[in-house]
Every structure is written in C-alpha cells, then in structure tokens.
Design a protein around this ligand. Structure first.
Ligand SMILES: Nc1ncnc2c1ncn2[C@@H]1O[C@H](COP(=O)(O)OP(=O)(O)O)[C@@H](O)[C@H]1O
Ligand SMILES: Nc1ccn([C@H]2C[C@H](O)[C@@H](COP(=O)(O)O)O2)c(=O)n1
Length: 278
C-alpha cells in the first residue's frame, strides 16, 4: 500500500490513540518543547499518520508491531537482489528490493539515467528521490515478522551521496541541503535496523556482473566508480572509521559463484534470523 494510502487508512485508529500512548523512556533525545516537537504535534493532528514517543521525541509509525529489520548492503551488482530473492522463498520473511523502477521512471522521467549522464546537474535530483523512496521503504508496514530490505536510507547518504560529493560531482550546496534533510529525518523519525548484512565483493567482480546484467543506464559506469563505492563501504562497515552504523554487521564474502553463495546464505540463515545476537 502506498505511503498516502497508509496514512488515510490509519486515520481513525490514530485519531483515537494519538495522545493515549504510554511514555517511552528510551531513545535519542532532542530538546523538549523545541520547534521540532511543535511540528510533530501539528503533523499528528493534521495527518494522523504518526504519533510522538514522548520521551524520545521521535516519530513512530502508529500501530506497527516490532519487526526484525535486516538491510542487505553492498556495491552495485554485488548480488543483493539475488540474495533477497533467495530469502523471499522463506515464509515469514518479506523482502523489499530497492525501488529502482521508480528511480528509472518518475512520471516519465529517468533520474537514474540523467544522473549517470550528467551527475553535476542531476545527482541531487536522483538522490533526493532515493532518500524519499528509501524512507518510504523503511516506514512500510509488513505482515511478516522479518523484513529484509535492499540497502537503506543510511547507505544512500553515507555511500552514494558522499561519493558524489567527494568526487566533485555534486555541488556543495546540493550536498548541504541533502545532509540537512537526512539529519532531520534520522533525528526525528524512528527507522530501526536490527542487522546489516554486508555482501563484500571486489569491484572487479561487480563490474563483471554489472556488465552481464546490462542495465542500460549503467553502461557508462567505470571501474573507478565501483572502487570508490567499495572503499566507502569498507570504511563504513569494516574499518568503522567514517559514519555511525545503525546496527550490528554480518559480513558475507560475495565473490563466489551462485551455488557457493546460496550455500553461504544457508550457513548464515540462523545468524541472520537471530539478528540481535550477531
Ligand atoms: N554469485 C554470483 N555469481 C555470478 N553472478 C551473480 C552472482 N550473484 C548475482 N549474479 C548476477 O549478477 C548480476 C547482479 O546481481 P544482482 O543480484 O542484481 O546485484 P545487486 O542487486 O547487488 O545489484 C545479475 O545478473 C545476477 O544474476
Ligand atoms: N543511493 C543510490 C543507490 C543506488 N544508486 C544506483 C546504483 C545503481 O546504478 C542502481 C541500483 O543499484 P544496485 O541495486 O544495482 O546495486 O542505483 C545510486 O545512484 N544512488
């Protein structure tokens, strides 16, 4: 169901519950009574999509039960979709792939293609839309107790936006605006992740697989781009020297052939599904 659809559906339920939720004593704090809180209350009244956790001052999705959220991370063509496809055959696991069809077609426009053609002009356009659609993925409701997502709002910012900015392809003002959006979202909306599964692959293997997959927009992607993305992932999830990591990390080497990879997934199934014990 779409974001808007869910908002409408939860209207009555939210309207009656919104100020009866018990206070929660955990979570990150922001200033009580600041502008953000005022905005929350206004939003709660006007949309009835969110309610406020009083102590944490974060927006939480109303009525959602606690689910296990696992994000599959890795370079372009490292095998994330294939991994998700494998786990989608397990009952109780719902998989959410990246909304790439949206990135390739928003009302008849192709921001992914435009970005690869002229990043300085279009990177901001694509990454703004990626941020919105990933937020929608994080907030989507599922019936299954385990949700596996392809990437996250975190890697969109820490890997892709960061790479575009560092490589001089994104103007500083675009980076600043996207960073402000990202910080507001992550400081004010509860986006829990329980486990990150990092498919660690060499850029050369990714290039090979990307060429075989033959996605039209990616024909212009050089090896150096995949190397830069790889380095950012390694700094973030292996060396842990760049940005905060929202969950424990399980690393699965991903250069091997498909048969061996499926075997690795099976070997790690227990660890993945007991995400909190990793
Ligand atoms: N272990 C593997 N060995 C060889 N080819 C693979 C392997 N895993 C995936 N592929 C192929 O590589 C391409 C990219 O895989 P995909 O799962 O779409 O990657 P991602 O979702 O990370 O971009 C696809 O054509 C897929 O069939
Ligand atoms: N924040 C992002 C996320 C993805 N992309 C690009 C990279 C690929 O060309 C494509 C999808 O990635 P894949 O799932 O195949 O690894 O989208 C981006 O530019 N920015």
């Amino acid at each position: 169901m779409s974001f808007t659809g869910r908002c409408i559906k939860s209207w009555w339920r939210s309207a009656t519950r919104i100020y009866t939720q018990p206070a929660v004593t955990s979570g990150r704090l922001v200033n009580v009574g600041d502008k953000s809180e005022a905005l929350f209350q206004t939003r709660a009244y006007s949309n009835n999509c969110y309610s406020t956790q009083h102590a944490s001052r974060k927006l939480v999705w109303n009525g959602e039960e606690k689910k296990l959220v696992i994000c599959i991370e890795g370079n372009i063509a490292s095998g994330k979709t294939t991994c998700l496809e494998y786990f989608s055959r397990t009952s109780n696991i719902e998989v959410l792939t990246e909304p790439i069809s949206k990135w390739r077609n928003v009302r008849g426009h192709n921001p992914l293609g435009l970005m690869y053609q002229d990043p300085t002009r279009w990177a901001m356009t694509l990454q703004t839309y990626v941020q919105l659609t990933m937020l929608d993925r994080h907030l989507s409701t599922t019936s299954a107790p385990v949700r596996m997502m392809e990437r996250s709002i975190y890697s969109a910012k820490y890997i892709f936006v960061e790479n575009l900015y560092r490589s001089g392809k994104m103007p500083e003002v675009d980076f600043a605006v996207l960073s402000e959006w990202f910080e507001w979202i992550t400081q004010n909306i509860n986006l829990p992740v329980d486990l990150i599964v990092y498919l660690q692959s060499s850029p050369q293997i990714c290039q090979q697989r990307m060429r075989e997959r033959c996605r039209e927009e990616e024909k212009v992607v050089p090896l150096e781009y995949l190397e830069a993305i790889h380095q950012l992932y390694e700094d973030w999830l292996i060396k842990k020297t760049s940005f905060s990591i929202p969950a424990p990390v399980l690393v699965i080497p991903a250069d091997q052939d498909l048969k061996k990879m499926l075997h690795h997934y099976e070997e790690n199934r227990e660890k993945i599904l007991a995400a909190r014990n990793v």
